[in-house]
Structure formats: structure tokens, C-alpha cells
Design a protein around this ligand. Structure first.
Ligand SMILES: Nc1ncnc2c1ncn2[C@@H]1O[C@@H]2COP(=O)(O)O[C@H]2[C@H]1O
Length: 148
């Protein structure tokens, strides 16, 4: 079963939408296998956003993601990487469709509420950066028979 890394960014935590975001993925049928509220150390933020190192907004991005606690999560389910990105909406909330997380809660690309892995390789890398093996729960939900 596919896993992805999702993170409510500092703006989402401050704006009290953690519960609503978790509820959306739960209601969709995905399974939460790991979660924690945490402050990201600068080095971890730089590693997480390493692919953007040469971008002009890199410093701003790292400053922002370390500016307050984030809610880091691992979710599991069929096609969860792509489906979660659809549920998040486009990176820039100004283009995100209503009904998506960024479309409903965000206004600017710098404060776009949520991050989600964009491929199986980045999901594996990001889960490994943020979570230890023992922080992830493997369990069965009886309701899965009504989801799949
Ligand atoms: N022009 C920009 N200025 C500031 N931040 C940006 C810009 N473009 C992209 N980003 C951020 O860079 C982030 C990289 O991955 P995220 O999906 O977390 O969401 C992206 C945006 O929040």
C-alpha cells in the first residue's frame, strides 16, 4: 500500500486548520500511520527542501517553515500520493480550485498551508527525514472492507 508524507505548515497550524485537514484525509478513506506536532530544525528544513536550494526564495522558504510548529503526517492508501496532491490543490493557492485545501484556506504561494510529497521517491525520502521506523504504526482497520 502506498504511503505519502504530508505536513500542515506553520500557517495552517496558526490558523487552526489541522483538525479539518486531518478530517478530509480520514473521510476520503486514507489511513493515518504517523503524526506529530514539531518544530523543524533549520538543517532538517534545508535537507527537506534541498531541491529548491538554488531558487531565489529558498531562504524565505526555510525561514517560514522553521518559524513555528508544523504538523507532520504519514498517510497510507491506494494512490495516496497523487490523490493527496489533488486534494491539496495547485502549489499557488490563487490557482487552486475551491474544494481543495489550498483553494479553501490559502491566498499566497509562500503561505500555502500544506506540503505533500510529489512522487514515490520523494515520499520515501521525506518520510525517512521526518519519521523513525518505530514512529509509524502498522495496523488494520475493519472499515477498509468498505473502502476497498
Ligand atoms: N515564489 C515563491 N516564493 C515563496 N515560496 C515559494 C515560491 N514558489 C514556491 N514556493 C514555496 O516553495 C514550496 C516548495 O514545496 P511546497 O509544496 O512545500 O510549497 C512550495 C511553496 O510554498
Amino acid at each position: 500500500m502506498e504511503k505519502t508524507f504530508l505536513m500542515v505548515k506553520p500557517d495552517g497550524v496558526q490558523r487552526n486548520v489541522v483538525g479539518e485537514i486531518v478530517a478530509r484525509f480520514e473521510k476520503k478513506g486514507f489511513q493515518l500511520v504517523g503524526a506529530k506536532l514539531m518544530s523543524i530544525p533549520r538543517e532538517l528544513a534545508e535537507e527537506h527542501y534541498g531541491e529548491h536550494k538554488e531558487r531565489p526564495f529558498f531562504g524565505e522558504l526555510v525561514d517560514f517553515i522553521t518559524s513555528g510548529p508544523v504538523f507532520a503526517m504519514v498517510w497510507q492508501g491506494e494512490n495516496v500520493i497523487a490523490t493527496a496532491r489533488q486534494m491539496m490543490g495547485t502549489t499557488n493557492p490563487k490557482d487552486a480550485a475551491p474544494g481543495t485545501i489550498r483553494g479553501d484556506f490559502g491566498l499566497t504561494v509562500g503561505k500555502n498551508i500544506i506540503h505533500g510529497s510529489d512522487s514515490p521517491a520523494s515520499a520515501e525520502r521525506e518520510i525517512g527525514i521526518f519519521f523513525k521506523e518505530e514512529e509509524l504504526a502498522e495496523y488494520t482497520k475493519l472499515i477498509d472492507g468498505w473502502v476497498y
